[in-house]
Design a binder for this molecule. Structure first.
Ligand SMILES: Nc1ncnc2c1ncn2[C@@H]1O[C@H](COP(=O)(O)OP(=O)(O)OP(=O)(O)O)[C@@H](O)[C@H]1O
Ligand SMILES: [Mg+2]
Length: 604
């Protein structure tokens, strides 16, 4: 059976031990309460027997109420519950802390994974996996200790009492019942596990679908596809319904089988006891006691079936989560990765080959050098690999061949943290946190002062915009920043990068969403900010890169031209052609001014 992976289970169980060891005293005290509760529990039927026998003793001349025994009975009953509750209360800290630790571990791990993982992950399903995994851990910690262990302890105590008081037959029946009960439960639960897995899978799928659909609500509305989305979601829900039903039916099989085993052994036990009462070998009190023990034993045993099932579920869930923890990013720090020793921020690409998939090379041997403090621009058609170059410099991916160097150090031999600390990126598509403008700007430098934040905002030409907002810097930007315009988002991205003050800046179409007035204002600010920075600017609008020290024209993953603006114009190649086109477009725009351009002409 592929489902049965005991070594995997064992691995998961072992991995939980450290969480228990974090609070050894608590675990010990909780276990002590557990033993007390069980002992009290086992004494109850014995006291019950004494009461029954006392009441039905025909030789006693005067029937007196066995008050002391009754009080003891009540106290014992109370203690079983009370000790149980104490145990749970004391153990809580251990379980909750375990959940916290593992939740954090998974979260940090997810952030340590590379871009590729995040591009292909499914947020909805992922969050479900984590949810199930962490609650699985709490469950497992609790039930390993408090159900499996005590049930066997109780079994041993009861067998001892039966053996001491009556014939060995009772013990034989008990053990046969318990063994077949457990055997049956384990086998059927193993068989059922695939239904559980399927159910979880369906749960993930429908959740993934729902989240993805909600994230795309705008597109859904643009195309009036609400019905269609509901229909797709319902298809997932239908699968989920079926999976849950199959699961439920298999549960029926399990529970019925368990009930048969219990009924048979109880009957056998009662027949045996009744016979002995008739023969005069046992008192009525003994019969009551045997019956009480059986019930008492089968209740937790029945629970054990449930617990075993849940434990298997939890193990499956935790395993799934651990699989996440085991995924390794393809970009990892080298074994002896060093810190980046910054001397100025020179960047060099040496014959870099790269592709996102092994069957499609995107960059075919790209080489260039950006001297410290200078500005290099990359232009070229869409899809030619411009953003890819920026991603390689930031080491979101490793190159296939060739090297990327910063101040002469191969970045694949540096720690990712030290490299990235020196690089600021204004990406092509800015996504913001669903928080205030202040929070999003301050993200560039955690702990930045209000003055620094305001200054960065001013440099990014945001000051005026923010001042006229009713909530100013406290304005909430909405999920992914959707409550702001594209240009506003871009300027926030610029502001937070300026705040970071990195040695190397990558601007990937950083001003593409801005109108030409705002763009001009910002470019001025960027130029100032970039004065002592090395800059890699990617642009569509060539007018934004004329000041670059060097311009690369990228086409289909090859550098087809390079030089300064003037040199490239003189060369009369692709760049000159693009420039011509864009100039013509601009002239066309100027002869047909639209409203804000017109406003500009009158004011200047
Ligand atoms: N994660 C990815 N997986 C697979 N292919 C990718 C991935 N990201 C980009 N590509 C492909 O790599 C090629 C280069 O992409 P890149 O983003 O570098 O283009 P670009 O020059 O920045 O284009 P644009 O001007 O449109 O932004 C594209 O053909 C794109 O489809
Ligand atoms: Mg791009």
């Amino acid at each position: 059976m592929p489902e049965t992976d005991w070594s995997g289970d064992w691995k998961v169980i072992k991995s939980l031990v450290p969480y228990l060891l974090e609070f050894p005293a608590r675990v010990f005290v909780a276990l002590s309460f557990l033993v007390l509760a069980k002992v009290a529990n086992v004494i109850v039927p014995y006291v019950l027997k004494l009461i029954v026998d006392g009441l039905s003793d025909p030789t006693a001349a005067l029937l007196s109420l066995p008050l002391a025994l009754l009080i003891a009975y009540g106290l014992l009953r109370f203690s079983t519950t009370f000790f149980g509750e104490l145990r749970d209360a004391i153990f809580s800290r251990v379980a909750e802390r375990g959940m916290r630790r593992i939740g954090l571990k998974v979260f940090s791990h997810l952030h340590s994974l590379d871009v590729n993982f995040h591009l292909s992950r499914k947020t909805g399903g992922l969050s479900r996996d984590i949810e199930r995994g962490t609650s699985g851990i709490a469950f497992l910690l609790r039930f390993m200790l408090f159900n499996i262990l005590p049930t066997f302890l109780e079994l041993a105590l009861i067998c001892a009492i039966l053996l001491y008081n009556f014939s060995a037959w009772y013990v034989v029946i008990t053990l046969v019942a318990v063994v077949s009960y457990i055997g049956f439960s384990v086998l059927v639960t193993e068989w059922r596990l695939r239904f559980v897995r399927e159910m979880n899978q369906m749960d993930n799928k429908s959740n993934t679908r729902a989240i993805d659909s909600l994230l795309n609500y705008e597109t859904v509305k643009y195309f009036g596809n609400e019905e269609y989305e509901s229909q797709l979601y319902d298809e997932q829900l239908e699968n989920w319904e079926e999976a849950r039903l199959a699961n439920r039916y298999s549960l029926f099989a399990l529970n019925s089988g368990q009930a048969v085993i219990i009924a048979l052994s109880m009957t056998a036990m009662m027949i045996l006891a009744a016979q002995e009462v008739v023969n005069g070998d046992m008192t009525v009190g003994d019969l009551v006691m045997v019956n009480a023990y059986m019930i008492q034993l089968f209740v937790p045993l029945n629970f054990l079936g449930f617990v075993y099932r849940e434990i298997k579920n939890s193990l499956a869930n935790i395993e799934q989560m651990f699989r996440l923890l085991d995924t390794e990013g393809s970009v990892a720090d080298a074994d002896h990765a060093g810190e980046l020793q910054l001397t100025g921020g020179e960047v060099e690409f040496r014959d870099v080959h790269f592709g996102y998939r092994s069957d499609r090379e995107i960059l075919h041997g790209v080489s260039f050098r950006i001297p410290a403090g200078s500005k290099l621009a990359i232009v070229g058609p869409s899809g030619s690999g411009k953003s890819t170059i920026g991603r390689l410099l930031f080491r979101f991916y490793d190159t296939w061949q060739g090297q990327v160097l910063v101040d002469g150090q191969d970045i694949s031999q540096l720690t990712q943290a030290s490299l990235r600390a020196q690089i600021g990126v204004v990406p092509q598509d800015t996504v913001l946190f669903n928080d205030s403008i202040r929070y999003n700007i301050a993200y560039g430098k955690t702990g930045a002062s209000e003055e620094e934040i305001r200054q960065a905002a001013r440099m990014a030409n945001l000051g005026h915009f923010i001042e006229q907002l009713p909530d100013g810097y406290d304005t909430l930007v909405g999920e992914r920043g959707l409550k702001l315009s594209g240009g506003e988002k871009q300027r926030i991205a610029i502001a937070r990068t300026l705040l970071k003050k990195p040695a190397i800046m990558i601007f990937d179409e950083a001003t593409s969403s801005l109108d030409s007035t705002a763009e001009r204002a910002i470019l001025g600010a960027l130029q100032k900010a970039a004065e002592n920075h090395t800059t890699l600017a990617i642009a569509h609008r060539l007018s934004t890169v004329v000041d670059a020290d060097q311009i690369l024209v990228l086409d289909g993953g090859d550098i087809v031209e390079r030089g300064s603006h003037r040199e490239l114009l003189q060369a009369g190649g692709l760049y000159a052609e693009l420039w011509q086109n864009q100039q013509q477009e601009q002239q066309l725009q100027e002869t047909l001014p639209h409203s804000d351009e017109a406003g500009l002409t009158t004011s200047s």
